[in-house]
Every structure is written in structure tokens, then in C-alpha cells.
Ligand binder design. Structure first.
Ligand code: MN
Length: 250
């Protein structure tokens, strides 16, 4: 296993943040026993940190593994089957620094109907640029898969569906959210679920008015400065679960 030697204090901070991100996403009901969050090791590097195969709520710094963009590592502990989601998005998108893959409950229904997930909330302006695309695994691998993205080829197809966007759904499975920082990716994953709840409720009441792409872009710039505020309170909520876990300063 690689050590922290030579990586400096920011490396330790990055690892701590990734542990906290795992705990926050569980606390916010985005991840459960499944799903995962990763961070690119540094801008321009073709490597990322991701937990070994473990429920996100149990992840500590000792569980983090560095993978290359083929999904390989020097660590012999069992990896997540779907690490190719992360690898191929990092390969296609040099701007992406973090990826969340979740099965969050209210997002999945939008992956199986004709009504696209769209921004109904100013907090989810990152969803307003376009109707959120849906990855159809049958187009790449036929009608008898387990729906999991378990190869580079499937990861590439998903990354193509995501394109230059922020979020893509995966039919009958879940979603991915990406951003230029770990904290922003966590924010987007949480608010993708919040927006899905609001949109589903709005659809039950009538015909929603969606944010225009221009409103979304403007709102996203404003909210971009507020991500730290969300991170702060979400972090505080999970602090107790980190005590004694080795998640900080390991
Ligand atoms: Mn999955």
C-alpha cells in the first residue's frame, strides 16, 4: 500500500475529506450500503482515491485505495465492482476532480420514465442546462446484464452519456454527479436527490415550471460560493461518527 510520504499535508487533508464525504453522503441518504465517492489525486493526475469494497458508512482513511484509470491498483484488497465509473469519467473529463455514484431513492424513478429530471430548485441550478441524460446499458451490453458498470467499456459508455454535464442517470440503477472539487460533488449529489423529491411532488400537483438554463447558470454561480456552508453543517452532523474511526489525522 502506498504511504503518505512525500505527498505533503494537503494529501492528508484530501484523504480526510474523502472519509468525511463518505459519511456525509450516508447521513444525507444519498449512499446506503452501496454507492461510492472518489476524488482525483491532484489536478492533471490520471489516478483517483476510492475506498476498498466497503459500505460507505464504515470507510476510514485506512480503507482508501489509489486506482489508475484502468481501475487497477497495487492494493490487493477487494475493490468496488463499479470503479470503472470513476476511472472513465476522470479519463474523459480532465476538469472533473470528484465523482459520486449513488442509488439515491428519489432519483431512480426518473431513470425509468419519459419525464426527465430537471431543475425545479434554485439550489439545483447545476441541473438546468439540459434535461438530465439517462445511460441505457442495453445500448452497450444487451438486455441481460446486471445493470452494473463493471468494465472500462461500460464506464466509457456512461462517461459518453454524461458528456460535458454535471449529472447523468443510469436506467433502473442510480446516477453519477461530478464537479471540480470533492465538496462540490457532494453538494451536487445531495441536491440531485433533493431536487428529485421536489420535482416528484411538483409533478403530483401539476405542471412544473423549470429553471431556464440561464437561471440555472446564474444560480449555480451564486450557490458555488455557498458550498462550504453546506459542507460545514453536514460535516458537523457526522463528526461524532468519525471519533475513534481513524478517519481524521490517521
Ligand atoms: Mn451502482
Amino acid at each position: 500500500m502506498k504511504t503518505d510520504t512525500g505527498r505533503g499535508p494537503s494529501w492528508s487533508d484530501l484523504r480526510d475529506d474523502l472519509v468525511v464525504a463518505n459519511r456525509i453522503l450516508v447521513d444525507q441518504h444519498v449512499l446506503d450500503a452501496f454507492g461510492h465517492v472518489s476524488v482525483r489525486t491532484a489536478p492533471g493526475e490520471d489516478a483517483f482515491l476510492l475506498s476498498r469494497n466497503l459500505a460507505p458508512g464504515l470507510v476510514t482513511a485506512a480503507d482508501l485505495v489509489e486506482y489508475d484509470l484502468d481501475g487497477d491498483s497495487e492494493d490487493d484488497r477487494a475493490p468496488y465492482l463499479e470503479r470503472f465509473i470513476h476511472a472513465e469519467i476522470y479519463r474523459r473529463r480532465p476538469d472533473v476532480m470528484a465523482v459520486v455514484h449513488s442509488h439515491s431513492a428519489t432519483v431512480v424513478p426518473f431513470s425509468v420514465v419519459q419525464t426527465p429530471l430537471r431543475a425545479v430548485l434554485h439550489m439545483a441550478g447545476f441541473l438546468a442546462e439540459r434535461p438530465t441524460p439517462v445511460f441505457e446499458i442495453r445500448d452497450s451490453a444487451g438486455g441481460a446484464t446486471d445493470l452494473l458498470v463493471t468494465s472500462s467499456k461500460l464506464g466509457q459508455a456512461l462517461a459518453e452519456t454524461l458528456g460535458d454535464g454535471t449529472v447523468a442517470l443510469m436506467r433502473g440503477h442510480g446516477s453519477v454527479a461530478v464537479a471540480g472539487s470533492l465538496r462540490a460533488a457532494v453538494y451536487r449529489a445531495v441536491y440531485t436527490e433533493v431536487n428529485a423529491r421536489a420535482q416528484a411532488e411538483a409533478l403530483a400537483l401539476g405542471t412544473p415550471i423549470y429553471l431556464t438554463p440561464e437561471e440555472g447558470a446564474t444560480a449555480d454561480r451564486t450557490i458555488g460560493g455557498q458550498v462550504e456552508r453546506a459542507w460545514g453543517i453536514w460535516c458537523d452532523r457526522v463528526r461524532a461518527t468519525l471519533a475513534g474511526s481513524g478517519g481524521h489525522g490517521e
